[in-house]
Design a protein around this ligand. Structure first.
Ligand code: NAP
Length: 201
């Protein structure tokens, strides 16, 4: 199995690093191939990354997904949507109640299997000491295709998180506001960005 991480920002780099630490084969896609001479993994175009992978992680802004011209190349892939459709100042959602970013992305790429996951995980959590605690950080996983959901849940376990399957893709309507709450607590109320939701059954 190979994972493509599309986007080289905070989450993309943290996700790729986590895959690397856990021995998962991955490839990083970027809009700006060749412009990066620094350390870190080699970057290829989005199209090349997608072509070589089974699971694709959209580590980019929701508006970036809408603009991406390569979307058709995602056909038949399992696509992890970790986006949150936020206003520029991160204070509100731009989509909600009767739809979600995840569902809108699924409409853009109807042949793909979109799975909402990791949208409530701050980038800083991936490299934090949260994993040293008895209970690993939790990741909510929602999707319409049961096989894809299980694939994403398994990947989630492999990189040290606890997956919690929460149902069909439309449950993203709850998960995206939950990320908004994270941002409210982490940034606006000063709790910091190493927090992650912990639910007990
Ligand atoms: N930051 C967090 O803690 C966090 C947590 C959970 C979810 N998220 C979600 O994860 C996604 C990425 O967040 P981030 O914090 O990693 O963002 P970021 O640091 O701004 O990076 C976004 C990356 O997406 C790519 N991209 C593609 N189209 C773009 C566009 N139109 N405008 C800007 N960048 C574009 C760029 O990589 P290339 O130029 O290399 O293609 C860019 O580096 C967002 O949807 C966010 O809501 C973030």
């Amino acid at each position: 199995m190979q994972v493509a991480v599309l986007g080289t920002g905070n989450v993309g780099m943290a996700f790729a690093d986590t895959l690397s630490r856990n021995g998962i084969s991955y490839i990083v896609g970027s809009r700006s191939v060749g412009a990066h001479d620094g350390d870190g993994p080699k970057r290829v175009s989005y199209a090349t990354a997608v072509e070589k992978s089974d699971i694709v992680v959209l580590a980019m802004p929701f508006d970036g997904v809408k603009e991406a011209k390569q979307l058709h190349e995602l056909a038949d892939k399992v696509v992890i949507d970790l986006t949150n459709p936020l206003t520029e100042d991160f204070s509100a959602l731009t989509v909600g109640h009767t739809t979600s970013a995840a569902e809108e992305i699924q409409k853009l790429i109807p042949k793909s299997k979109v799975v909402k996951a990791f949208n409530t995980v701050f980038a800083q959590v991936y490299g934090s000491n949260a994993f040293e605690k008895a209970n690993p950080p939790q990741v909510f996983v929602a999707g319409d295709d049961e096989v894809s959901v299980e694939q994403v849940a398994e990947l989630t376990r492999q990189i040290g998180f606890e997956p919690i399957k929460v149902g069909e893709l439309a449950v993203a309507r709850y998960l995206e506001p939950l990320a908004g709450l994270n941002i409210r607590l982490g940034y606006f109320q000063g709790w910091g960005t190493e927090i992650s939701p912990a639910w007990n059954r």
